[in-house]
Design a protein around this ligand. Structure first.
Ligand code: PHE
Ligand code: FE
Length: 286
């Protein structure tokens, strides 16, 4: 690659520096964020805060409140870790970007959440195709304050290491996608969001709850692990849990026989609705 390929590109900041550690961690280097970077966080935070009333799950709202990350700027992970450690024994570790599957699962299995620390640019406020610190911290960490969800994430990490060995990662990855990233939950007041990919997105936090187009189907573990997903557009289908106990109970058994069964079943396209699906009405439609 010629050096001119980089002409005009911004210098890579310390927040994306490659790790020299075997577990891919880096230092967050909180002191080096610029005023502009903190301001981007504040803009994103205030926007989502205004949208999430009546849309986010009560567990998410409680997690934000108890974490004490406010609108004031990119949080210092050391401060978050005090509250998170007290609540559920989880901690956040900084990484430069996506890490290899085995590394990612190994962190989760040890109750460590790998978070990016760079923040998107101002022209990327509405959409970014990779996780940044706003998605990782605002989207994921509040739910890790919830004891049941915290245990689910650790079990997922252990299950991920197992799935890697069984060649079933494509099935297990769909479970993460349709719960941790894009999950909805039924509450007495209507559908609510707990998925990090939705709560950290301006457009999708409205679309997931109010738009008539997407399917909202009752959670079914095997159904979820058969269903392909979209990575470049709002989801065609959301799976809705009744509560986190349901999710935890469904995922507690050994998945080895499930993976064997899934090998005999065809994958389903994202927009598929089966006659056996429990189809839920959209919020407000009764
Ligand atoms: N019980 C699953 C297994 O045996 C692991 C798992 C737990 C996966 C929770 C996802 C969520 O593989
Ligand atoms: Fe995520």
């Amino acid at each position: 690659m010629s050096p001119t390929a980089y002409a005009g590109a911004p210098a890579p900041t310390g927040h994306r520096a490659p790790s020299t550690e075997a577990d891919f961690t880096i230092a967050q280097d909180w002191a080096s964020y610029t005023a502009d970077e903190h301001d981007i966080w504040r803009t994103l935070f205030r926007r989502q805060e205004a949208l999430l009333g009546g849309r986010a799950a009560p567990e998410f709202v409680a997690g934000i409140a108890d974490l004490g990350v406010a609108a004031d700027g990119i949080p210092d992970f050391r401060r978050l870790n005090e509250a998170l450690g007290r609540a559920t024994g989880w901690s956040i570790v900084a990484v430069p970007g996506l890490v290899p599957d085995a590394i990612f699962f190994g962190h989760l299995a040890n109750r460590r959440f790998p978070s990016t620390c760079f923040i998107r640019r101002r022209d990327q406020l509405d959409y970014l195709q990779e996780p940044d610190v706003f998605h990782d911290i605002f989207g994921h960490v509040p739910m890790l304050m919830n004891p049941v969800f915290a245990d689910y994430m650790q079990a997922y990490g252990q299950g991920g290491l197992k799935a890697l060995g069984l060649g079933a990662l494509h099935n297990l990855a769909r479970l993460y996608w349709y719960t941790v990233e894009f999950g909805l939950i039924e509450t007495p007041d209507g559908l609510r969001i707990y998925g990090s990919g939705i709560v950290s997105s301006k457009g999708e936090s409205v679309y997931a709850i109010e738009d008539p187009r997407p399917n909202r189907l009752g959670f079914d573990l095997m159904r979820v692990m058969r269903t392909q997903y979209r990575i470049d557009d709002f989801q065609a289908t959301y799976f809705v849990i009744r509560d986190f106990e349901e999710l935890f109970a469904a995922t507690r058994p050994d998945f080895t026989p499930y993976y064997a069964e899934l090998r005999q079943l065809s994958d389903l396209a994202p927009e598929t609705v089966l006659t056996t699906d429990r189809v839920l009405h959209r919020s407000g439609a009764g």
